[in-house]
Write a protein that binds this ligand. Sequence first.
Ligand code: ATP
Length: 476
Amino acid sequence: MSAPNIETIVSLAKRRGFVFPSSEIYGGLGSAWDYGPLGVELCNNVKRAWWRWMVYERDDMEGLDSSIILNRSVWKYSGHEDTFSDPLVDCRECNARLRADKLDIPQAAEGGDITTLIRDKAVKCPNCGSTNLTEPRPFNLMFRTQLGAASAEDDPAALAYLRPETAQGIFINFHLVQQTMRRKVPFGIAQIGKSFRNEVTPGNFIFRTREFEQMEMEYFVRPGEDETAHQEWIDNCYNWYASLGLSRDNLRLYEQPKEELAHYAKRTVDIHYRFFPERTDEEKHWDELMGIANRTDFDLRAHSKNPLDAEGKRVNPDSTEDLSYFDEARKERYYPYVIEPAAGVNRSVLAFLMDAYSERTTEKGEMRVVLKLHPELAPVKVAILPLAKNKPEIVGMAKAIKRSMQPVVRAVYDDTGGIGKLYARQDEIGTPFCVTVDHQSLEDEAVTVRDRDTWEQERVKVSDLQQHLQTRLLSR
Ligand code: ATP
């Protein structure tokens, strides 16, 4: 099974220290969330798993960590200053701010132009039901800030943006990475980092927030080889999520129709996850988990000083570099095409939590939550529990085992309740194995290893414990 809705995860996440509403002591801040002790581990494990798979397990990949604040020209020539906007609609009755492209269109009017539909009062405010809506106008999603101490608030020379995607940092470093690492096309550059979008309608917990983290990779290929590479990356990404435990029943591929494509994209396929299983309309269960775009040579060309327009003028008079690539073997120069798998850390965390959620009834008829996270993602891999916390020899042995494990796997020691409660807590946070030290352990130097998913227990010699657990963690 998986979680019946996001709300179930919101409450589990707060109760167990994964995710807290941000700034709660001051009444919160809309759609901002803080990751607690277990949440930070889960996020780090997702990022580590992605980096290992994307960078370390391939021969054609480099990593990068570029700045969040870049020269404003980057956003001018990437097209973000002009086009990175959502169509904003206001409700004149309740003042709700809405995204025109997310409004519910009555079935009879489907396919109609949204501005005309609003004018004809054919669309309702989802908040209050009024049809008194403003016509859509573009709202740029980039957060603005000023650089330097002396800048006046509206000084255009000081204007800067917080990056809305990590990708541009990769494009502007394309040559430096390629040359310093002596790379030949095809190769990729991967980056993980924060991005910021002043979303009109953030919400659904960590699904859509204004500050979030992205895992992006730009794969540079020779024009003409882009379509095959694109399909390979679509399949790779889908399989990566499945390999970390997401059920294929809750994943689907979505081919963006022409009218949805971004200005730079030749083809984009999104991986959808069933984030909203409670909705009656099956089509509305799904939303984007990640996107895999064929960005063509748009970005490298746009940031280059060389291309000329029809009148022979430089398209980009501000750039000092040409980002084309000389293919030595073929003796040809070209702007590589770019395939971009772009995923959100936070949305991935939400999908992993939802998919791992399960409920199980004990013999006594009590309901238990078991979070069946893939061991690579589980915040804690093994919990060491003493059966009697008032027995110093048992406590000492349990703590010694914990300390011997901690350089190798994330281990915790817990004696804050009876053994039943301790098991329940570890099940609920997704710990694959519990190790219990009991009176017998003092005699036979053996402990009980309990499996989260089967609740089966087995006796293991302390001297074999590390090897035993590592083998089982890896075999999942
Ligand atoms: P959406 O259509 O949901 O706004 P997008 O198509 O604009 O997303 P991309 O620009 O393709 O998103 O970004 C790549 C990934 O980054 C998304 O698939 C998602 O996982 C993540 N992402 C984008 N915007 C947000 C956000 N506001 N909050 C959390 N994650 C986000």
